[in-house]
Design a protein around this ligand. Structure first.
Ligand code: MN
Length: 314
């Protein structure tokens, strides 16, 4: 997916880890078109959770024709994209010539590294429903120039929990480790809670974590949690206990070691300097570096205007 709400200037993002806390950040509606999109990261109050630097939640949507998801070819650098669906399908095509369809339980993971372009669309064969999340993981300095890659993962580990279960998309949760390639200490999992149950799961105490309820209801420490709100939990928690309400709960757990580098985000790029962003933007506009997404029928997305400004040191 492409960042639909880019600013003309780059945004520095640095870790701001806290002790155990409960910081509620309701999703901000960024698109009023056919597909409602809520931006959950980055936010002015919270830019990173571990290496997680971007989160959009979209749907649920019912449709009978057309393609609610249709993002033309666009470039990425310095990050991994995580496409995860609760309902429906999204097909990915990239400039490596690779293809993969994300469906519930099937992770699409793209490593941009030094540069890749991709397109994402609703395929012609679809169930007429769409609900999902798009996440980005910042690559650390040592890995951010790796060769681009893409993989679909359809055999992710499940972790049975008191009161429910978890599917581990990336990283490790308890004893379950995802086969997906990652580059820094991280966890990303979908939690499912049984109505009326007390759902408890182990957390890595050196990580900072966030919880995003996606459907159903639950409370944490007696406080009701809202869907499509990012709850930053801080570091140093060893477990998470949720009281599931009358409806089944589905939620996203994100975490990782506090990211030790300040990143610079603009459009679909994660960089360190303004010069890198300018170079990547020019390479995209001039048809260099990123290659062509030949499987997509249509024009590619032009880069928005970029206004280079001095970047505060952080
Ligand atoms: Mn994208």
């Amino acid at each position: 997916m492409s960042n639909l709400a880019p600013t003309t200037t780059a945004e520095p993002c640095a870790a701001d880890p806290a002790r155990p806390t409960l910081q509620a950040l309701p999703g901000r509606l960024t698109d009023l078109g056919g597909l409602a999109i809520r931006r959950l990261l980055p936010r002015s109050q919270r830019r990173l959770v571990g290496p997680w630097c971007f989160l959009d939640s979209y749907g649920p949507l019912t449709f009978s024709s057309g393609k609610p998801m249709d993002v033309a070819p666009h470039p990425h650098i310095g990050l991994q994209t995580v496409s995860w669906l609760l309902e429906g399908e999204v097909i990915h095509h990239d400039s490596l010539g690779l293809e993969g369809t994300a469906t519930p339980g099937v992770l699409n993971l793209m490593t941009a590294g030094r540069g890749i372009a991709h397109a994402e669309e609703t395929p012609a064969a679809n169930v007429g429903r769409l609900r999902g999340v798009q996440l980005w993981v910042a690559l650390p300095e040592a890995s951010r120039a790796v060769a681009p890659a893409f993989a679909s993962h359809d055999a992710l580990p499940a972790l049975e929990l008191d009161g429910g279960a978890a599917t581990v998309m990336v990283g490790q949760l308890g004893t379950a480790r995802s086969p997906a390639q990652t580059f820094s200490p991280i966890v990303g999992a979908e939690l499912r809670g049984t109505p009326g149950a007390r759902l408890s799961l182990p957390l890595e105490q050196d990580f900072e974590h966030a919880l995003v309820p996606l459907s159903g209801e639950c409370t944490l420490d007696g406080e009701p949690l809202a869907v499509d709100t990012l709850y930053y939990l801080g570091c140093e928690r060893r477990e998470l206990v949720l009281a599931v309400g009358a409806q089944p709960l589905r939620a996203l757990l994100l975490g990782g070691a506090p990211f030790g580098e300040t990143i610079l985000m603009w459009w679909n790029f994660v960089a360190r300097t303004t010069e890198e962003i300018v170079a990547a933007r020019e390479d995209w506009q001039e048809g260099r570096r990123f290659g062509e997404v030949r499987a997509y029928a249509g024009d590619r997305l032009p880069a928005p205007a970029f206004l280079a400004r001095p970047v505060p040191r952080g």
